[in-house]
Ligand binder design. Structure first.
Ligand code: AMP
Length: 365
């Protein structure tokens, strides 16, 4: 084991919990940096398992299997945060998990996440915890209509939320969304959705990419576009949010903050991802050091790379049948760099790959 030596020597093993596309691209970056990726995957032949030198198959709640995996790796990191609490509590007893498990627990719970953002001086939409029908009445009075009800756990890609346009809507949503408590959040009349990806190293050093503009379809990321249409002041706000948050969490690795940009220039924090993020895939071809390279560098204790952007870029997410059909036309475009995730089955809403459309910097818009 080389885990106490930093930076991790060449040939050390990087364990990645999760075998999805983020695990696959992290494993590919680890290999390029001279490490041996070991993926822990629930499913056989997952995108990550297809490319990693070593794979352990097991469920996330199988603590014995997770422990056996953890014992074989020099550093243990994550591509997925919705891991059962008992497993995370076990992992918290180990010395070689990066990021720290507290940061993951915070990001699993919208109440902790919002509270943490507020204590890091990140402005968020007005919100309150909803545990009962009486709280629904308070939400209706305090937030006005419409407002949004969200589950506090396991929500992603718009799952586990509903827009309440009346008290009746709110009651119906309260009854079908689970588990409780929920949060109620003011509806944000945003101009754009944006996010920022950053890496923080073991010594606290930061590498922050430019904020990116995100277009969603059916609640799933459709495109990320750089440069984002943001003022210099808004860009500074985003960078400040990202830096304060990573610092407060004592984060090591790559994380992302999703935000709303309002017409009056304000930026509201929405959600934290404690791992590389779909809206950071543009960095793979527009930057010398991608978010996956940064993540491996950070958890391995290597110096972080540059976050300079050398192209304007549209990252096209390839989702479901529409994404499958877009693959060939995109491949035929000479300025597009394709990334397929090796998934064998096309399903509605499933992310199959992405493609970065590159333009000389300063020429796209
Ligand atoms: P989330 O799961 O919080 O990332 O929300 C998924 C999507 O729902 C966001 O990307 C927004 O498009 C939309 N959304 C979430 N919260 C709000 C809000 N408070 N006001 C308006 N739209 C929202």
């Amino acid at each position: 084991m080389t885990r106490n030596n930093l930076p991790l020597p060449l040939g050390s093993t990087i364990g990645i919990l999760g075998g999805g596309q983020l695990g696959r691209m992290s494993a590919m970056a680890a290999e390029r940096l001279g490490y041996r990726p070991h993926i822990y995957s629930v499913e056989q032949d997952s995108p990550g398992a297809q490319v990693a030198a070593d794979v352990t198959y097991g469920a996330f709640d199988d603590i014995e299997a997770v422990a056996a995996f953890a014992a074989k790796v020099d550093v243990l990191t994550f591509e997925f945060e919705n891991i059962p609490r008992a497993t995370l509590e076990y992992l918290a007893t180990l010395p070689h998990c990066r990021p720290n498990i507290d940061a993951i627990l915070i990001c699993q719970d919208r109440i902790a996440e919002k509270t943490w953002m507020e204590t890091s001086s990140i402005t968020v939409a007005e919100w309150l915890q909803v545990s009962s029908l009486a709280d629904i009445d308070t939400a209706c009075a305090k937030l006005g209509f419409p407002f949004v009800l969200k589950t506090t756990r396991m929500g992603y890609d718009g799952k586990g939320q509903a827009v309440a346009r009346s008290r009746e809507d709110a009651i119906a949503a309260f009854e079908h969304l689970a588990p409780h408590p929920l949060i109620a959040e003011a509806f944000v009349p945003f101009e754009r959705e944006i996010s920022i990806v950053l890496a923080r190293g073991v010594g606290g050093e930061l590498a922050i990419y430019e904020p990116v503009e995100n277009i969603h379809q059916h609640h799933i990321l459709h495109q990320s576009i750089l440069p984002a249409r943001l003022s210099a002041e808004q860009t500074n706000i985003c960078t400040g949010y990202a830096a304060r948050l990573a610092e407060a969490l004592g984060f090591v690795g790559v994380m992302a903050l999703e935000m709303f940009a309002l017409p009056d220039g304000r930026i509201l924090g929405n959600e934290i991802a404690p791992r590389p993020h779909n809206s950071g895939h543009w960095t793979m071809d527009a930057c010398p050091c991608s978010q996956f390279d940064q993540h491996i560098r950070a958890v391995a204790g290597l110096p972080l790379g540059t976050t300079e952007r050398h192209f304007d870029v549209v990252m096209h997410n390839l989702v479901g049948t529409e994404g499958f059909n877009a693959w060939s036309p995109l491949l035929a475009q000479k300025n597009v760099v394709p990334h397929w995730y090796g998934k064998t089955e096309v399903r509605k809403g499933r992310k199959l790959g992405h493609a970065n459309e590159l333009w000389a910097k300063g020429t796209m818009r």
